[in-house]
Design a protein around this ligand. Structure first.
Ligand SMILES: [Mn+2]
Length: 308
């Protein structure tokens, strides 16, 4: 740990005061040697249905102000385990999906060059490929992938675009950043466009834990996958629409019958101890949720993921 992560004392500086950063961690627009950098990617031009995820990172920053650093269940303090900063927002290229990914990759790579683990907070799901590229290139190997989502995200093209929010898993595998035989998509559910929805992924060796599998066999399926990936470096990508819209209404493509808050916390905790090297939280569209509970949940889940 290169420096001590300082958070303003909430008894002196109330949580609602000051300039907003993720979890009130120090802001550091310049890459530096830290264990983790959290940064925003305010981009949603990869959205196919209801837009608004470009405002996700700002809203998650705001809601994260209330999250305290000590994990009661793991008995660990984030500040003592890691040096963490808020790296600000990656530059974005509105209207240009591919250029946006290049800018994101460059931003993420600058942090990886300082040996920082990179946590991207979107934005829509198209942004993930930028962080996958930077991480896999920096480590010189393919990454195992834990993907929470209602959707497979293996669509080849939407209106001739290859880099939309419906295709990050497909591009990640095709471009060689993800190892499909060490990848799982958790929370998948219908209705879908056709009977062949899962075929491309299965042909690559990708594992699917549909919500019905989870309901029937529970956490054992996740434990088995954890065993399979062992000590491999892992990319965790979390699409908030894996949650039931009752718990996370603020997202562009909601799907009923998803995880409850209690279920997702248990599911994530199965993965305690994995070799997590990078992550993202995507598809929070705060304008669709006047209560902001979606952003509050996303902020808590970022905390849970960091504590893995
Ligand atoms: Mn997705």
């Amino acid at each position: 740990m290169s420096f001590k992560t300082e958070i303003p004392d909430a008894r002196q500086f109330p949580r609602y005061s000051g300039v907003c950063s993720f979890f009130r961690f120090p802001l550091s627009p310049q890459p530096r040697k830290v264990d983790w950098v959290l940064y925003g990617v305010p981009f949603d031009f990869g959205t196919s249905y209801r837009p608004g995820a470009r405002f996700g990172c700002r809203s998650i920053r705001e809601q994260s102000a209330y999250i305290k650093p000590y994990h009661l269940f793991y008995k660990e303090d984030l500040r003592e385990r890691f040096s963490i900063v808020d790296g600000g927002d990656a530059p974005v290229a509105p209207y240009d999906l591919e250029k946006n990914l290049s800018l994101h990759e460059e931003f993420s790579s600058a942090w990886r060059a300082q040996d920082a683990k990179t946590f991207a907070i979107g934005g829509d799901h198209s942004i993930s490929v930028g962080n996958m590229r930077a991480t896999s290139k920096a480590l010189g190997k393919k990454l195992a992938c834990i993907h929470f989502d209602a959707h497979t995200d293996t669509v080849d093209r939407l209106w001739d675009n290859a880099y939309t929010h419906a295709s990050p898993i497909r591009r990640g595998v095709e471009e060689g950043w993800l190892d499909p035989k060490k990848s799982v998509s958790i929370g998948i559910r219908g209705p879908v466009n056709s009977a062949t929805e899962l075929d491309w992924g299965r042909d690559q060796g990708l594992e699917y834990i549909c919500i019905e599998d989870f309901r029937e066999k529970g956490l054992d399926l996740l434990r088995a996958f954890k065993k399979k990936i062992g000590n491999d470096p892992v990319y965790l990508t979390f699409d908030i629409d894996c949650m039931d819209p009752v718990f996370a209404p603020g997202t562009g493509t909601p799907a009923i019958g998803g995880f409850t808050t209690a279920e997702i916390i248990s599911a994530l905790r199965v993965f305690k101890g994995i070799q997590l090297v990078a992550a993202d939280m995507v598809e929070v569209a705060p304008g669709l949720d006047p209560t902001q509970v979606t952003s509050l949940l996303a902020a808590h889940l970022v905390f849970e993921i960091l504590c893995l």
